[in-house]
Structures are given as structure tokens and as C-alpha cells.
Design a protein around this ligand. Structure first.
Ligand SMILES: *Cc1c(COP(=O)(O)O)cnc(C)c1O
Length: 438
């Protein structure tokens, strides 16, 4: 299935060989390896605006944006300037800085459910820490997650549904002892009856329910409003914390995150806790978790729940994150971004329809998903009914035409403020050529 390597792809191939000799699979994060789609990963040499260039000098319109962080596009001048200035003042101190306070103030101002927060260096750290905190604050052990949601690679979250309804899950990775996931209950996304049953059986033992409010790790699937409303009600009823994993959606789908969108449909809606990452670092290692003051005060050094990090709140990363968040607050930013993203999904949908190819797409802000399916899926099992060889052909055809989508059908895509109408038109035209030739 893997397409043959063309001679003009020689430096990527060479680098991949060198990488594979020393780095497992040649990559430092699995999805980069192109394992799902076959072929040779492109080694990025540099990036600017909406584009990056690979080791052979080929240009791509970039629809992964470092898997979400690059909402302004690559090398935004205000961000570059802030980072350059910060670097001259030192890389890391292991002592507090004013910029950490500024970033905290900025996040608390923009996300009303967050009264207090802590900065960490990766989304995995944020979600892992928020679970420990939820358990510490409630004195309970069990957690709920949903099939197809990804919350980083900590042990308790690498788990798939067990055999029966409301039974506990089994590890999805070797090296995770079954005992470690025995407190994790894995449910189907958007399945209200199952959720109710899980709370009826385990409610008083559940520390938290963690959810991607718009799931971006099974392509793009929205939690329905009635489902989210029920999540909120049941958590409140049983004293469990509702944790929004907005590592991907935070500042990506709207200035206040996906929670601000649910608050429009559900009066007074707020999660108890939120995990952030990706955009808040603007491309630097930066993430955060926060929520109500009462829960956050359980964290060390104030409270009994331990959490720490040598590089947490790194001064260069905070400079990058702050400069990014400031750009996002310019008037009309999300309206323009959302419109640009919709022009992509509607263009692709039209092109597929003209060729009679089953296709559907959805987007919010600068995040989108498309499916080679007739209707938008509501859960992981349906996402995985996508014809994967067809997706792989599409992916490689687009790659050849200089359009870089996520190299797996279960990943969301990202549009940045740097993508122009011309970039979108070129992308749609490439897809139309491919569809027409099927
Ligand atoms: C990316 C992501 C994570 C993990 O973040 P890392 O920085 O890769 O550790 C967690 N949750 C969601 C929803 C994500 O998209």
C-alpha cells in the first residue's frame, strides 16, 4: 500500500533511515511516522505562515499546525519578537516570574470557569495532574472517560471499554498494569442512557468525568448539547467533578474554549475543572489545569495533592503563549478564522458531491474534521467505519499536491489565521482534481 519513494523525496528518505536507527520508529511521537497512511514522513526544514517546507524543499499548505498550537500560523512577527526578547533574559530559572502571573491572569480573564490554575509543560501533565487533584479533592478513586477521547499518555487514561456495559476498562498499551486502569470507566461518547446507568451503578465512587467537549482525537465529533447537559447534571448530583479536556479546543474553537459554546445553549453551564495546552503555548511546551478555587487550593504547597515541574511556567514559553493569546483577542479574530475554516469544509464538501463521493465535514473556529462518510459520526465506532484505504489514497494524493493533512483518518485538522483565501482555493482545487479522477 505504501507509495514508492520518488527520487525527489530522497532527503526525507535518508533522514528517516538515520532517524529509525536511533529513535524508535524514527519519530518522537507515533502519529508522525505515517504508519496509518504508509510512506515516508516529511522532515520539516522550516515553516512560515500557513506553509512548511520539507527536507527536499517541497512546500506544503499546513493543516496540522503542530497539532493545534499554531493558530496564528508559523513565525507570527509579534510572537517571534516576544520570544527573542525573552530568550535574551534567560531560558529558565526555577523561580517564579512576572510573566507566569500575567499568563494566569490572562487565562482566568478569558475562561470564566477557571478561578485558579497551575502551569505545566504538556497536555499529558495537565490531564494527569487534574485527575490526581480530582481524586484528592473528592476522596474517590473512579473516573469516567469516553471511547475515542484522548487525554495524553498517562497510565490511567490509556484504556478502552471493558466487555460489558458499566464495567471497567482494559489497557490499550503494553506496560500499563490492569490494576492501574481498574478505576477507569470507559463509556460511549454521546450515549446518554449508558452515562446514566454508569452513574446509577458507580456514582458515589466517581471522582471526575473527563471529556473532550469537541473530540479532536477521533477526527472531529461534537458532544451533543443534551449529552453535555446530562454530564453536568449527573456530576453535580453525585458530587463528581466535570473536567473539560480543552487541550485541543481551548482558544482554538473560540476565545473562551468549547465551554463558552456550551454555555450559549445550556444556561449557566460551566465545567468544574479544565485542562489546557497547545494554543496557550503558541508552539512552545506549555499547558495548564485550573478550575474552582476550592479544588485548586488542594494542590501543593497549599494542600495535600502533590504536583511539581522543573520547567513549569518556563519564561520563554510564557512569552510565546502570552504574545499568542494577545493576538487572539483582536476584534473579529475568531469570526474571520471560523469563516476561513468553513470555506475549506464547504469547498471540499461541494467538490466531493460533484464527483458523487460520500463526504461530510464539520468545523468550529480553526478546527475541522472531514469524513468519507455520508453523515457525521457521533461516536468512535462510527468514525472507525471510514474506508481507510480510500482515506490513505486521498491523503497521499493531497500530499503530492502540496497539501498536508493529518496522516490518519481519526485526527482533526487545523486552519490558522495565516491561511489565505487563495490557500483554501488551492486546497479545494487539489481535492476536486482527485475526486473527479476517481
Ligand atoms: C494533545 C492532547 C493532549 C495531550 O497533550 P500533549 O501536550 O501531547 O501531552 C491531551 N488532551 C487532548 C484533548 C489533546 O488534544
Amino acid at each position: 500500500m505504501a507509495p514508492s519513494t520518488s527520487p525527489d523525496n530522497s532527503r526525507n528518505t535518508l533522514l528517516f533511515e538515520r532517524a529509525r536507527a536511533l529513535i524508535p520508529g524514527g519519530v518522537n511521537s507515533p502519529v508522525r511516522a505515517f504508519k496509518a497512511v504508509g510512506g515516508t514522513p516529511r522532515f520539516v526544514q522550516r515553516a512560515q505562515g500557513a506553509y512548511f517546507w520539507d527536507a527536499d524543499g517541497k512546500r506544503y499548505i499546513d493543516y496540522i499546525g503542530s497539532w493545534g498550537p499554531m493558530i496564528l500560523g508559523h513565525g507570527h512577527p509579534a510572537v517571534v519578537e516576544a520570544v527573542q526578547k525573552a530568550v535574551l533574559e534567560g531560558f529558565s530559572y526555577g523561580a517564579p516570574t512576572e510573566r507566569e502571573v500575567e499568563l494566569a491572569e490572562e487565562i482566568v480573564k478569558l475562561v470564566p470557569s477557571i478561578e485558579m490554575l497551575r502551569l505545566v509543560s504538556s497536555g499529558t501533565e495537565a490531564t494527569m495532574s487534574v485527575i490526581r487533584l480530582a481524586r484528592g479533592a473528592t476522596g474517590r478513586s473512579k473516573i469516567i472517560k469516553f471511547e475515542g477521547c484522548y487525554h495524553g499518555h498517562s497510565d490511567a487514561l490509556l484504556v478502552k471499554a471493558g466487555s460489558g456495559l458499566a464495567t471497567f476498562g482494559s489497557p490499550t498499551s503494553a506496560g500499563v498494569p490492569p490494576e492501574v486502569v481498574q478505576h477507569t470507566l470507559v463509556l460511549e461518547y454521546n450515549h446518554i442512557a449508558q452515562l446514566e446507568e454508569a452513574f446509577a451503578v458507580h456514582g458515589k465512587d466517581i471522582a471526575c468525568l473527563m471529556i473532550e467537549p469537541i473530540a479532536g482525537n477521533m477526527n472531529f465529533v461534537r458532544a451533543s448539547v443534551p449529552f453535555m447537559k446530562r454530564c453536568r447534571e449527573l456530576c453535580t448530583q453525585y458530587g463528581a467533578l466535570l473536567v473539560f479536556d480543552e487541550v485541543m479546543t481551548g482558544f482554538r474553537v473560540a476565545l473562551g474554549g468549547a465551554q463558552s459554546l456550551f454555555a450559549r445553549s445550556i444556561p449557566g453551564f460551566k465545567p468544574d475543572m479544565t485542562a489546557l495546552g497547545k494554543v496557550i503555548g503558541g508552539g512552545m511546551p506549555m499547558a495548564a489545569f485550573g478550575g474552582t478555587r476550592a479544588v485548586m487550593e488542594q494542590l501543593a504547597p497549599l494542600g495535600p495533592v502533590y504536583q511539581a515541574g522543573t520547567l513549569s511556567g518556563n519564561p520563554v514559553a510564557t512569552a510565546c503563549g502570552l504574545a499568542t493569546l494577545r493576538e487572539l483577542q483582536k476584534p473579529g479574530f475568531y469570526e474571520a478564522l471560523g469563516q476561513r475554516t468553513r470555506s475549506l469544509t464547504s469547498g471540499l464538501t461541494k467538490a466531493a458531491a460533484q464527483a458523487g463521493i460520500p463526504f461530510c465535514a464539520d468545523s468550529e473556529g480553526g478546527m475541522f474534521g472531514f469524513f468519507l462518510l455520508g453523515t457525521l459520526p457521533q461516536n468512535y465506532a462510527t468514525v472507525m467505519t471510514t474506508d481507510s484505504p480510500a482515506f490513505n489514497r486521498f491523503f497521499h494524493a493531497m500530499l503530492d499536491k502540496g497539501v498536508y493533512y493529518a496522516p490518519a483518518l481519526y485526527e482533526a485538522g487545523f486552519v490558522s489565521a495565516a491561511h489565505t483565501a487563495e490557500d483554501i482555493a488551492a486546497t479545494v482545487e487539489a481535492a476536486a482534481e482527485f475526486f473527479a479522477a476517481r
